[in-house]
Every structure is written in structure tokens, then in C-alpha cells.
Design a protein around this ligand. Structure first.
Ligand SMILES: Cc1cc2nc3c(=O)[nH]c(=O)nc-3n(C[C@H](O)[C@H](O)[C@H](O)COP(=O)(O)OP(=O)(O)OC[C@H]3O[C@@H](n4cnc5c(N)ncnc54)[C@H](O)[C@@H]3O)c2cc1C
Length: 412
């Protein structure tokens, strides 16, 4: 047997390794025993669930070690498997636990080894002294259109410092994080190709939290504006370093390739993680609706004995498994450095997030009036699910990317 590259493949298996199964069971135990019982409370409080973060840190689940080990897990599915379990517990609390990891990925993707070792540990802190990270790209006028970012980074050569000015919005952990990663424009004329990412170290003057948003779902996760007023950071806070940036900008100005392909690959590699979050949320709602309809009787029989109900459950289960398979494929491709020729990372995020909205909507309906009340968790999962179709590239943007990949055309 041979794969598309002509190399011999020893076999094919969808069976996670013993290590991955252990992590899955461990994360599931935490989700079942700690996250889920606390979910309704933190949804109502709409605050970062610090006591839960502390418990996660105590057992090593909120830690650099845990995320690094799963990120480096050989098959690639370490993160998706862990995320599915945590988000099965509760998407809002799970995002409070994993939001820092998303910020850390931006340092891993753009920074040097030195920067990685300096900043990522500071994003997590220790079990006794928890820290947070935030990734700040979106702006009021630059959401899907990241090329429109207005936050400016200007180099002060005399002091070897960068000066950042602008307003970021929708930042997960924005303003309460210890380390912020900020995407800013170095040369506005070059659009997204003239941008760079900067670390803003803890307690840097000029960075403040703006409005904190009251949200529809994932309310245990803090989302806020981040205001940058003459924020000065050392030259060493430019991710990747100045030499690399100058070379890249020179290439773009000369009309040569600018590393856009590398950036695209980084996004494709991180999208399955978001897909896995959506799978976890969908699975939670499916399981609840399955058990409810097996037990609730109308017309003298359990609801699930009606073909219309069973068919709905069948569609829900099928779509969840299909979504998970797309997520695992993309995560495996990322780990094995495969080319995402058909934007398979975007496919996984698109399909899983749309599945979460489909499944939670149907689950809510299968619970009837109960599904519409806050007495039952399906109502919360239904509110939570929509976010997966919005952040980290909305569904329409994923379709644009997939459309371009499969047609080879500059689809607008
Ligand atoms: C809870 C939450 C947490 C977030 N966390 C972060 C974070 O940590 N860091 C961060 O940087 N950002 C974060 N975001 C921002 C998020 O990534 C953006 O909201 C998202 O990219 C969409 O941008 P927008 O809200 O400006 O919508 P818009 O870009 O205005 O889009 C609105 C609608 O138009 C559609 N649309 C836009 N362009 C096109 C097109 N060309 N063709 C077809 N349809 C199109 C979109 O798909 C969407 O349906 C978060 C957002 C939320 C709500």
C-alpha cells in the first residue's frame, strides 16, 4: 500500500493511542465532576471562573505542560480529544481554561524559540499563581477583514522600542490577561502583509481594558476591548524579530511571495482545535436529548420510539461523528506536515461549528418546553454553540477559503 506521496504506509487506524485515551478519560472526569456541576452558576455570574481554573491548575490541566504535551502528541489528536471532553463539560468554562492556549499558539506560530520560552510560561503561571494570555487581533472595523487592522506599531530606533496605538475588540481574556499578543500594522499600505504580532508584557503602561461584553453564550469566558495608548514594548517583543520582519516587508514591496502560505498553514493547523470545541458542545446536547427522549413518554410511548424523533437523533449522531472525523483528519495532517490542499482545516471548523448549531437546535426542540428553560442545560448549550460559527473565522470565511482552495480561483 502507498500514500499519495508514494511512501509505504504500515496501516491505518482510527484507534487513539493508550496515552490519548488516558488523557481523554482524565479530561472527561474533570469535565463531568468539576466543570459541568459549576456551569449554570458561572453562566449566570458571567465572570471568569477562577475557582475552577485553580482546580484545573492544581491537577495540572491548566498548565503549560499539559497543553504542550497534547500539542506535541504524535498522532496530532491530543488537543482535539482533550478539547472535546472539556467543551462537553461546558463551553464557557472550557474557553476560560483553554483561551490562554490559543494565545500561546500565536507565539508558537510567529515567535522564535527564545520568545516561546520567555512568554508562554508567563501566560500560564503556576498552580499557586495562575496567569492568563490573550490574543488580540479583531478590531471594531476589522473582524473578518483582518487586512483592515488600524492598530499601529511604530519603531522607535533610538530606544529599540515599538510604540503601539489602537483599540482591539472581542479579545478573550482581554484586559485581565497577564500577557497580551497584539496584531498591529507596521505598514498600513501593505494590508495584512504589512502586519506583525507583538507581545505586551505584564503591567505594561498604556494597555487597559475597555468595555467588557455581556454575551449571548459562553458567558463564563471573559470577552472585552483592549485599548492601547502609547504602549511601549522592547524591540525583543516583536514576534519573529525585526530582521525577519524587514526581510518580509521588503519581499512584499518588491511584489515577491511574503510567507502568506506559511500563515495560512498555521491557521489551517489551529482550526481543528476550534472544531473539536464544537464537537464537544454538540455531543453534550445530543447525549442529553437522546436520554431525555428515551425516558419521556407521550402518547403512551417514549418520544424516541417515534420515527421522526429517532431519525432526528440519527442525523445528530451521524453529523457529530462526521465532524469529529474531519477534525481528527485535519489535526493528523497538521501533525504530519501535510499540505492543506483543499483547506481541510477550514472544512473541519466549518462542519463542526455548523453541526453544533444543528444539534443544539434539535436537542432544544426534542426537550419541548423544558428545552426552552434554564432548568435544563440544553438551553445553555444552544446559546453557546453559535460562537463556533463566528470566532476564529466565521462560517462564510471558511467557505471562502475552501472555495478558493478547491477552485483555484480568487473567489470573493
Ligand atoms: C465571544 C467572542 C470571543 C472572541 N475572541 C477573540 C479573540 O480572543 N481574539 C480576537 O482577535 N478576536 C476574537 N473574537 C472576534 C471574532 O474572531 C470576530 O467576531 C469574527 O472574526 C467576525 O468578525 P466580526 O464580528 O467583525 O464580524 P464581521 O466581519 O462584520 O462579519 C459579520 C457577518 O458577515 C459575514 N461576512 C464577512 N465578510 C464576508 C464575505 N466576504 N463574504 C460573505 N460573508 C462575509 C461574516 O461571516 C458574518 O456572518 C471573538 C468574538 C467573540 C464573539
Amino acid at each position: 500500500m502507498s500514500d499519495s506521496a508514494g511512501e509505504a504506509t504500515p496501516g491505518f487506524s482510527l484507534e487513539p493511542s493508550a496515552d490519548v485515551r488516558d488523557v481523554r478519560d482524565w479530561a472527561h472526569g474533570f469535565a463531568r465532576d468539576v466543570i459541568r456541576p459549576a456551569a449554570a452558576e458561572w453562566d449566570e455570574r458571567e465572570e471568569t471562573p477562577w475557582p475552577i481554573l485553580q482546580e484545573a491548575a492544581k491537577i495540572g490541566l491548566y498548565s503549560l505542560d499539559f497543553f504542550a504535551n497534547q500539542w506535541l502528541e504524535p498522532s496530532g489528536i491530543g488537543i482535539p480529544v482533550a478539547f472535546e471532553e472539556l467543551y462537553w463539560g461546558d463551553p464557557g468554562i472550557a474557553l476560560a481554561i483553554t483561551g490562554t492556549a490559543l494565545a500561546a499558539v500565536s507565539v508558537a506560530g510567529n515567535g522564535t524559540q527564545e520568545q516561546l520560552f520567555e512568554w508562554v510560561p508567563q501566560m500560564f503561571g503556576t498552580a499557586d499563581d495562575i496567569r492568563l494570555g490573550a490574543f488580540c487581533s479583531s478590531e471594531p472595523d476589522a473582524g473578518s477583514d483582518v487586512g483592515a487592522i488600524r492598530t499601529r506599531a511604530v519603531y522607535d530606533a533610538a530606544k529599540d522600542e515599538w510604540v503601539l496605538n489602537g483599540t482591539k475588540t472581542w479579545a478573550t481574556n482581554g484586559g485581565i490577561a497577564d500577557v497580551h499578543v497584539v496584531v498591529a500594522s507596521v505598514d498600513p499600505e501593505l494590508g495584512s502583509r504589512g502586519q506583525a504580532s507583538f507581545v505586551v508584557p505584564p503591567r505594561t503602561p498604556g494597555l487597559s481594558q475597555g468595555q467588557k461584553f455581556a454575551k449571548h453564550g459562553i458567558r463564563a469566558s471573559h470577552t472585552a476591548e483592549v485599548v492601547l495608548q502609547d504602549v511601549r514594548v522592547p524591540g525583543s517583543c516583536l514576534l519573529g524579530g525585526k530582521e525577519k520582519l524587514d526581510e518580509r516587508l521588503a519581499r512584499v514591496r518588491e511584489g515577491r511571495r511574503s510567507g502568506g502560505q506559511a500563515a495560512m498553514k498555521t491557521f489551517e493547523a489551529s482550526r481543528p482545535s476550534v472544531g473539536a470545541m464544537a464537537v464537544g458542545c454538540a455531543r453534550a446536547a445530543f447525549e442529553y436529548a437522546r436520554d431525555y427522549t428515551a425516558q419521556r413518554e407521550q402518547f403512551g410511548r417514549p418520544l424516541a420510539e417515534n420515527q421522526a424523533v429517532a431519525f432526528t437523533l440519527a442525523d445528530m449522531a451521524t453529523r457529530i461523528d462526521a465532524a469529529r472525523l474531519l477534525v481528527w483528519r485535519a489535526a493528523w495532517m497538521a501533525r504530519n506536515d501535510k499540505e492543506f490542499a483543499q483547506a481541510e482545516g477550514s472544512m473541519s471548523k466549518l462542519y463542526a461549528s455548523e453541526t453544533a448549531t444543528f444539534v443544539t437546535q434539535n436537542a432544544l426542540r426534542l426537550l419541548g418546553g423544558n428545552g426552552y428553560t434554564r432548568e435544563y442545560p440544553v438551553e445553555r448549550w444552544h446559546r453557546d454553540a453559535t460562537i463556533f460559527t463566528i470566532f476564529e473565522g466565521a462560517s462564510e470565511i471558511q467557505r471562502l477559503i475552501i472555495g478558493r482552495a478547491v477552485t483555484g480561483l480568487p473567489v470573493k
